[in-house]
Design a protein around this ligand. Structure first.
Ligand code: 8YV
Length: 310
């Protein structure tokens, strides 16, 4: 905020708070730049921001922006790739460990005074090391997850992406350890399936009943990307009536997760409140990058991290 205020007139307003919405809307009338995250920036909002030249999102994902409308208006969209990869990969691995070893369930047992005997088979977990990891999505974060799995846990990694990644160029340490694999093959072989997909027209609802049905019996499913890439009804069905062992979820189709969502209290689900990047270090780095992006764009320079529409 200080960096922005040193150069520009800044209005700070949270449009989610009814009492701050009027200030937000008033600022839009003259704003040339906007910075923030996760608020739906749709055509109606853009129509009320006639001077807008640049939006700087404090996120890597840009699914909350009406991309065609931005393109039509020539509004530049910046985001924060790169600075959150390792932190999100840590979170995904934490979820993966928690789901496989039942950490939350067992921690609650201790906390609630139910540790009255040695833990028996009914509460055993499943090994992570040496298991096969299937990655749906193999961008920067997917590759950071693959490094943890392959180099730290001795896991063969299969990944599904639109195109095979040139590992020699992008991730030499994963050469011979991560294999581009057709979806059906990946699902049949992976013990743990991790979704790390951006949300777009082509990924929305992509993880459906057929995907869960094709997973190896006893597989564990983790989602660290976007909730709406998963059909949650199909996920619930796979947990209740299929062979899915457990799910670890940091993201949901609707966030915050509605109180009546069965995923909130499901015994096989470890749910987190979208904290993939939520560490002091990483959120600070995201804010700094987003600020630089905005300042550069408003100064007429090319920002470091422009989101390029495909
Ligand atoms: C942020 C994220 O928590 O970067 C993203 O796309 O999902 C998270 O890192 C979220 O966008 C709020 O800033």
């Amino acid at each position: 905020l200080a960096r922005l205020q040193a150069v520009h007139e800044v209005t700070v307003a949270n449009p989610r708070l009814p009492e701050q919405l009027p200030a937000f809307q008033a600022a839009l009338a003259t704003a040339e730049g906007m910075i923030g995250s996760s608020y739906p920036v749709n055509e109606a909002l853009l129509a009320s921001a006639p001077q807008l030249k640049v939006i700087s999102s404090v996120s890597v994902g840009v699914d909350n922006y009406a991309l065609p409308a931005l393109a039509a208006r020539g509004i530049l969209l910046c985001h924060t790739p790169g600075v959150l990869d390792e932190t999100v990969a840590d979170t995904v691995f934490a979820l993966l460990m928690a789901s496989s070893r039942r950490l939350v369930e067992l921690s609650n047992l201790v906390r609630e005074g139910r540790w009255t005997r040695n833990i028996g088979e009914d509460l055993f977990g499943f090994d992570v090391h040496g298991k096969t990891l299937g990655l749906l999505g193999f961008g920067r974060i997917g590759q950071a997850i693959a490094r943890r799995a392959a180099l730290g846990f001795g896991m063969p990694v299969l990944y599904h992406a639109r195109r095979p990644v040139d590992l020699a160029l992008q991730a030499p340490e994963l050469q011979g350890r991560a294999l581009h694999t057709p979806m059906a093959d990946l699902l049949a072989r992976a013990d743990i399936v991790v979704a790390m997909l951006p949300l777009s027209d082509s990924t929305r609802g992509m993880i459906d009943a057929s995907v869960f049905g094709a997973m190896k019996p006893g597989a564990i499913f983790i989602n660290g990307g976007r909730g709406a890439t998963v059909q949650e009804d199909a996920l619930l069905h796979a947990l209740d009536h299929g062979t899915l062992r457990a799910a670890g979820l940091d993201v949901f189709a609707t966030e915050p997760l509605p109180m009546d969502s069965p995923l909130r209290t499901h015994p096989k689900v470890t749910a987190l409140p979208h904290i993939g990047s939520a560490t002091f270090e990483t959120r600070h780095a995201m804010a700094e990058l987003a600020t630089s992006n905005l300042l550069q764009a408003l100064a007429g320079e090319r920002p470091a991290a422009v989101f390029e529409q495909a």
